[in-house]
Design a protein around this ligand. Structure first.
Ligand SMILES: CC(=O)SCCNC(=O)CCNC(=O)[C@H](O)C(C)(C)COP(=O)(O)OP(=O)(O)OC[C@H]1O[C@@H](n2cnc3c(N)ncnc32)[C@H](O)[C@@H]1OP(=O)(O)O
Ligand SMILES: O=C([O-])CC(=O)C(=O)O
Length: 487
């Protein structure tokens, strides 16, 4: 395939000194040298007018082209298979999995800058890629690391807001409260209140999103240390990259754990637009708010600022069928061991899976709303485990589950995808390096997802995407409609 042949040429391309642009598989590879090329916002400034024209042309020339039929099943089935929104930063193929601006996870691992030789991609590089569609140079990624560090200071009232909650509150509740408290500094809200013109909305959105992404590791690690380490916080080391600094503030400095955090933050960022958290953030619904901040949605249900939107997204992520599944997987694995002992046989495992299903529960970490094969985010975490922790007993149990669970789910006859998803693997990796508090895991997912949701939010504003408001109908309406169609 031309795209893969193109990829082998990427390293040659990237080593060229002269400015050069080629189009490969929808991604434009660009090697640049000037100082302003290191500034992400300047890059966007250049890209936005051409993308606005592209959207205008698409609308005017192809606005009436049909994308498929909507069936009653789709309306009743959570809109599965219904193409209904624009999401530029990533696209999910049911068999191949996610592509970030056209690049699969293995391709990102090949071309995105790393902190160590042959290491995992730096999440700053993925942020750059999601926002611009271009693979950044190491210099661009380093500049973005510095920029995020310079934006990372968290106002004291945020910690006070978190401290107002009982320490027993779920980490996601504490984290979302912190995000809502950050909202009082929203640049978008200030600009909107001053009457800023719509054409400029993307700029304060950019400021808010970058500030939000930059500040989340400090808020998230505060929550972790408050709940699990007696409130003893660790100061940031702003010389480190984004993921390494986050790991450091959590209390984990093992170089392998830093690599894991870089991989973890990179792969959880974005999963096209229809997943619960991304879609919720896109809808920007300030109705999903957390006491005592529920009076803050004054910018209105359309154009809620990035903090409000992201807090709403986090509330969706906190559901056990979505992001909370990473917590559920590790707790489930530990409950298997608690019941059967650490040398679990295949038969015992099979029995436990059936017991879970018969009690009316799902097997966490398996199945997906869109994917129909093993999640490539699972596969890359498995490769990480094979490299760094092949002897870990929980990793071996996860490997055994890969053999045991899919045939059982297939036997049920109703599960569309029996294969493991991203959440089936993440917990055992974190647990290996000492981050064993499963209840915290979804917070890590949330920090990462800010990168995808934030990137798309900036493009939502740059492209002037409209308020989202699909039509709903009643059962009676559907029955009458079907009668008319049959007549
Ligand atoms: C980051 C992420 O969000 S990845 C997903 C994380 N979530 C999990 O791992 C939780 C376990 N998995 C699930 O519950 C589901 O597979 C979901 C929620 C991810 C997808 O749900 P759907 O799109 O409805 O899946 P699907 O169409 O295959 O469901 C059909 C039936 O199979 C069931 N099913 C699907 N996966 C599983 C599973 N892992 N265990 C048991 N039953 C399952 C569904 O509950 C549904 O049953 P029902 O008809 O009695 O209601
Ligand atoms: O795509 C989905 O529906 C769920 C998912 O895997 C994610 O959001 O990462």
């Amino acid at each position: 395939m031309a795209f893969f042949r193109g990829l082998t040429a990427v390293s040659r391309l990237r080593s060229r000194v002269a400015q050069e642009a080629t189009t490969l598989g929808g991604v434009r590879w660009l090697q640049m040298q000037s100082a302003s090329d290191l500034d992400l916002k300047s890059q966007l400034q250049e890209l936005i007018p051409e993308q606005q024209d592209r959207l205008k042309k698409l609308k005017s020339e192809h606005g009436k082209v049909q994308l498929g039929n909507i069936t009653v099943d789709m309306v009743l089935g959570g809109m599965r298979g219904m193409t209904g929104m624009l999401w530029e930063t990533s696209l999910l193929d049911p068999d191949e999995g996610i592509r970030f601006r056209g690049l699969s996870i293995p391709e990102c691992q090949k071309v995105l800058p790393t902190a160590v030789k042959d290491g995992e991609p730096l999440p700053e590089g993925l942020l750059w890629l999601l926002l611009t569609g271009k693979v950044p140079t190491k210099e661009q990624v380093d500049a973005l690391s510095k920029e995020l560090a310079s934006r990372s200071s968290v106002p004291g009232h945020v910690y006070k807001a978190i401290d107002a909650l009982p320490v027993t509150a779920h980490p996601m509740t504490q984290f979302t409260t912190g995000v809502m408290a950050l909202q009082v500094e929203s640049e978008f809200q200030k600009a909107y209140d001053k009457g800023m013109s719509k054409s400029k909305f993307w700029e304060p959105t950019y400021e808010d999103c970058l500030n939000l992404i930059a500040r989340l590791p400090a808020v998230a690690s505060y929550v972790y240390r408050r709940i699990f380490k007696g409130g003893k916080t660790i100061a940031a080391d702003n010389a480190l990259d984004y993921a390494a600094n986050f790991s450091h503030m959590l209390g984990f400095d093992d170089p392998k754990m830093l690599e894991l955090m870089r991989l973890y933050i990179t792969i959880h960022t974005d999963h096209e637009g229809g997943n619960v958290s991304a879609h919720t953030g896109h809808l920007e619904n300030p109705g999903v708010s957390v006491w005592p901040f529920n009076a803050l949605g004054k910018v209105g249900s359309a154009l809620s600022d990035p903090y409000l939107s992201f807090a709403a997204a986090l509330n969706g992520l906190a559901g056990p069928l979505h992001g909370l599944a990473n917590q559920e997987v590790l707790l489930w694995i530990k409950s298997v061991i608690g019941e059967t002992g650490s040398d679990v046989t295949t038969d015992q495992l099979r029995e436990y899976v059936w017991k879970t299903l018969k009690s009316g529960k799902v097997v966490p970490g398996f199945g997906h709303g869109v994917l129909r094969k093993t999640d490539p985010r699972y596969t890359c975490q498995r490769e990480f485990a094979l490299k760094y922790l092949p002897e870990d007993p929980l990793f071996q149990l996860v490997s055994k589950l890969y053999e045991v669970v899919p045939p059982i789910l297939t036997e049920l006859g109703k599960v569309k995808n029996p294969w493991p998803n991203v959440d089936a693997h993440s917990g055992v990796l974190l647990n290996h390096f000492g981050l064993s508090e499963a209840r915290y895991y979804t917070v890590l997912f949330g920090v990462s997802r800010s990168i995808g949701i934030g990137s798309q939010l900036i493009w939502d504003r740059a492209l002037g995407l409209p308020l989202e408001r699909p039509k709903s109908v009643t059962m009676e309406w559907l029955e009458n409609h079907c009668k008319k169609v049959a007549a």
